[in-house]
Design a protein around this ligand. Structure first.
Ligand SMILES: C[S@@+](CC[C@H](N)C(=O)[O-])C[C@H]1O[C@@H](n2cnc3c(N)ncnc32)[C@H](O)[C@@H]1O
Ligand code: SF4
Length: 293
């Protein structure tokens, strides 16, 4: 595969074929996200002929590919027709593929109907990783996500109506200490309304420094330390009323690893976070050097 690096994918796509159908992110303005800010990551679509040639080369290796992830940052910005052509191409060359997935900004689905998403699902595209990040309108505005509570809810609803699955990301610490409580409460409210199939939380990190992010907060952002992050996680979990969602807080950015099914495991997870808060040193935490994005 001919990748333009860096290349990002969700942890659960570690064993998937990563097919770079676009380069970069069509929005690229979220102030916390530096993933596609290098010059070589300027957004463009890969020509269909190039995608076809790459898939042909993979097919020639006789490797059995069952999962494909469409990179980069928001492949769902492509039109319905373009996506349909890409999926047909995947199915033509890799007949054993069972699941195709993609990152998806909520507004990538604004002009796609549930019927179109259902057609894409029939062609294999059945899982969307949606970066909601927060359910709080003020926090969303401060980080230039370009989404609101309402627009963020519309995407998982449409995905569900099409019979596909959504995996939503929420960022622990995104509002700093000042907005921590409302970020947690409103993110839970958004998740309760969306009832996604998967929910994962990541800790907001600043590998290139906090300055760009700080500007959105007019200098008033105060990053949460471990205790604050755990308190916020406790509030989020307490407020969640999910019925059947696989919850993962195990991305490399997290200090405290949490895994379970919500609602069934809510109490157990809350107790673990409470122990990390009340009895420091008794719950294993990821060390700073073990963390990453
Ligand atoms: C590669 S991005 C693509 C997501 C997609 N474009 C969207 O916005 O829905 C995947 C996720 O990485 C996470 N992410 C990006 N920058 C981050 C940072 N600095 N710290 C923690 N998580 C980050 C966000 O949750 C983001 O949704
Ligand atoms: S979080 Fe998603 S939409 Fe925002 S800049 Fe990063 S890749 Fe683009």
């Amino acid at each position: 595969m001919q990748y333009i690096e860096p290349l990002y994918r969700p942890p659960s796509e570690a064993r998937s074929l990563i097919l770079q159908v676009t380069n970069g992110c069509s929005w690229n303005r979220c102030t916390f996200c530096e993933m596609y800010t290098q010059p070589q990551k300027q957004f463009h679509m890969k020509p269909l002929a190039a995608i076809d040639a790459e898939l042909q080369a993979v097919a020639a290796t006789n490797m059995t590919v069952r999962r494909v992830f469409l990179a980069d940052g928001d492949a769902m910005t492509l039109s319905f027709r373009r996506l349909r052509d890409i999926l047909n191409c995947i199915n033509k060359h890799l007949p054993h593929v069972q699941r195709i997935s993609s990152y998806c900004l909520p507004r990538n689905l604004l002009h796609k109907t549930a019927a179109e998403l259902a057609e894409l699902r029939k062609l294999g595209l059945s899982l969307y990783y949606v970066g909601c990040e927060s359910g709080d309108d003020l926090v969303l505005a401060r980080v230039h996500k370009g989404e609101t509570y309402d627009s963020s809810l519309a995407a998982p609803e449409k995905i569900k109506a099409a019979g596909s699955k959504s995996s939503v990301m929420i960022l622990n610490g995104l509002g700093g200490s000042r907005y921590s409580h409302q970020h947690a409460v409103n993110s839970a409210r958004l998740m309760n309304a969306a009832q996604p199939d998967y929910l994962s939380t990541l800790v907001v990190s600043f590998p290139l420094g906090v300055q760009r992010f700080q500007e959105g907060f007019a200098g008033e952002f105060e990053a949460l330390q471990q205790t604050g992050l755990f308190r916020e996680m406790h509030t989020l979990l307490s407020e969640l009323t999910l019925t059947q969602t696989i919850f993962r807080s195990d991305h490399a950015s997290n200090y405290l690893v949490l895994r379970g099914t919500l609602g069934k495991d809510k109490q157990k997870l809350l107790e673990l976070v409470a122990t990390a808060l009340d009895k420091p040193g008794t719950v294993p935490l990821r060390q700073e050097w073990q963390r990453g994005l």
